[in-house]
Write a protein of this length. Structure first.
Length: 464
């Protein structure tokens, strides 16, 4: 008798049950996420996306200045990446046999290494945190030393190893014991020298531009740190999970400083094209040869889904698009324009204290105002929870101006802009116009904005 079961129809499932999205998350996933979205008024229903924009069911467009935390470097649904994925699926490759050598991983490794010619080999995993985990393991094994140094306020991932080098206490609390580690301040060469004298340091992992707060390593720090590390037979690990692939206006952010050649380099996010999770750890030949020192150790570090054909195809397509469309140059040019336009507003608004960053990775920092009226409102927010004013700016940007942004980190009065690298002058104009309107409201005592601030204060006090 013929099977009467209907064919699987994803379109039908989404049509029938898509409206339950927030209820499903509340029941079965992280219940605090829908709660947070409802509180902020971020509980939107986006119907489709393309490039740097979303659209809701009413056809309203939303400018994406978040890029999926940096994943959507080329924006959403780039046609070249889509075609590459269709092609690789249609090819029905004998993928992940585990006992052969497919061409796509070798081709993607070759393309990546061309942008870091001092590096020799690549390990492919599935995410940024996995790329960092790989670098930590390789550094410890290759040097024979246990301890990893990291910088205050760093973010390198949330798995147990990468959490050991996470500079945010809120992420670490309750998950100890972690790997042996020590934090130093970003740019503190004296602290690095002190720690290296102990003789047990395998390496220093550092973001050339920190995602939390958008702080750039001081000029000369990476180069001098590299020299100190090598003098003590330790390695420099550059975490370019967010900053890599053009984000800062160079292919890698460490390339802003002449003479810097990391021993290990972590990339992910934008390499995926926004479709298939992928992470990559690039390294020097001697490190890989120590880790994979014999046939007995051929699988001493591996990943079940690493080097899968879909991820490799997406990565190859992303790198081709970046070259053909000059994405890195656009990030530098558009980032400079956006930063200049925003910096010009600093003297105009007393709540706006600084604009910093590189390329299309920009931090907008707010601080204590000088006038009495604004100072009292600011004090109300700070007493409840640091970071609420930045959230007060993020919310009207979305709700009134349909622009998606994020606060740069917990308890930080900083908004981070990491839009798709394909934006141009129209998007810069739209953001600066909207941001100016929000700051005007804040400085003029805009009722809705400060009313929402009181709502956030109540919520923060309730969560204590």
């Amino acid at each position: 008798m013929k099977d009467e079961r209907p064919d699987f129809d994803l379109t039908r499932i989404l049509a029938e049950r898509g409206a339950e999205r927030y209820e499903l998350h509340t029941r079965h996933l992280n219940h605090q996420l829908p709660r947070m979205l409802h509180t902020l008024g971020f509980d939107k229903v986006y119907e489709r996306a393309e490039g740097a924009y979303f659209w809701d069911a009413e056809g309203n467009d939303y400018l994406d200045m978040l890029a999926g935390f940096g994943v959507m470097g080329l924006g959403r649904h780039h046609p070249v990446v889509r075609k590459a994925l269709h092609d690789v699926l249609d090819a029905s490759l004998a993928d992940l046999t585990r006992f052969d050598c497919q061409p796509l991983p070798g081709l993607l490794a070759e393309k990546l290494l061309a942008h870091s010619p001092h590096l020799d080999r690549v390990f492919f995993g599935n995410s940024g945190t996995e790329a960092v985990e790989t670098a930590l393991k390789f550094a410890r094994y290759a040097t024979g030393k246990p301890r990893i140094l990291y910088c205050d306020h760093a973010f390198h991932g949330l798995t147990a190893g990468s959490l050991s080098v996470n500079g945010e206490k809120g992420f670490r609390e309750g998950f100890a014991p972690l790997l042996p580690d020590t934090a130093i301040a970003l740019g503190d060469l004296d602290a690095l020298r002190r720690e290296l004298k102990h003789g047990d340091v395998a390496g220093l992992v550092v973001e050339p531009v920190q995602g939390k707060g958008v702080h750039t390593a001081p000029p000369g720090f990476l180069r001098e740190a590299q020299e100190l590390l090598h003098r003590h037979e330790a390695v420099l690990i550059a975490d370019e999970v967010q900053t890599g692939l053009g984000r800062t206006g160079d292919f890698y952010a460490y390339q802003h400083e002449e003479g810097v050649e990391p021993d290990l380099l972590c990339v992910a996010k934008a390499l995926s094209g926004g479709y298939v999770p992928v992470g990559a750890t690039l390294g020097k030949d001697w490190i890989f040869k120590r880790v994979y020192s014999s046939m007995d150790r051929v699988l001493v570090h591996s990943a079940s889904f690493g080097s899968n054909a879909q991820a490799m195809a997406a990565g190859l397509a992303v790198l081709d698009v970046m070259e053909q469309e000059e994405t890195v140059a656009n990030a530098r040019r558009t980032g400079d324009l956006l930063r200049e336009r925003l910096t010009a507003l600093v003297g105009r608004y007393e709540l706006l204290h600084a604009v910093r960053g590189r390329g299309l990775m920009i931090g907008i920092e707010f601080g204590r105002p000088s006038s009495f009226g604004l100072r009292s409102r600011w004090a109300m927010l700070q007493a409840a929870r640091k970071g609420l004013f930045a959230q007060m700016v993020v919310v009207p940007l979305l709700r009134k101006h349909r622009i998606l942004t994020q606060v740069s980190g917990d308890h930080l009065e900083v908004i981070k802009l990491i839009p798709p690298l394909v934006i141009g002058e129209p998007e810069v104009d739209r953001f600066v116009t909207a941001f100016t309107a929000v700051m005007d409201d804040a400085h003029n005592g805009g009722g809705l904005m400060w009313d929402f601030g009181r709502t956030l204060v109540k919520q923060a006090l309730a969560d204590r």
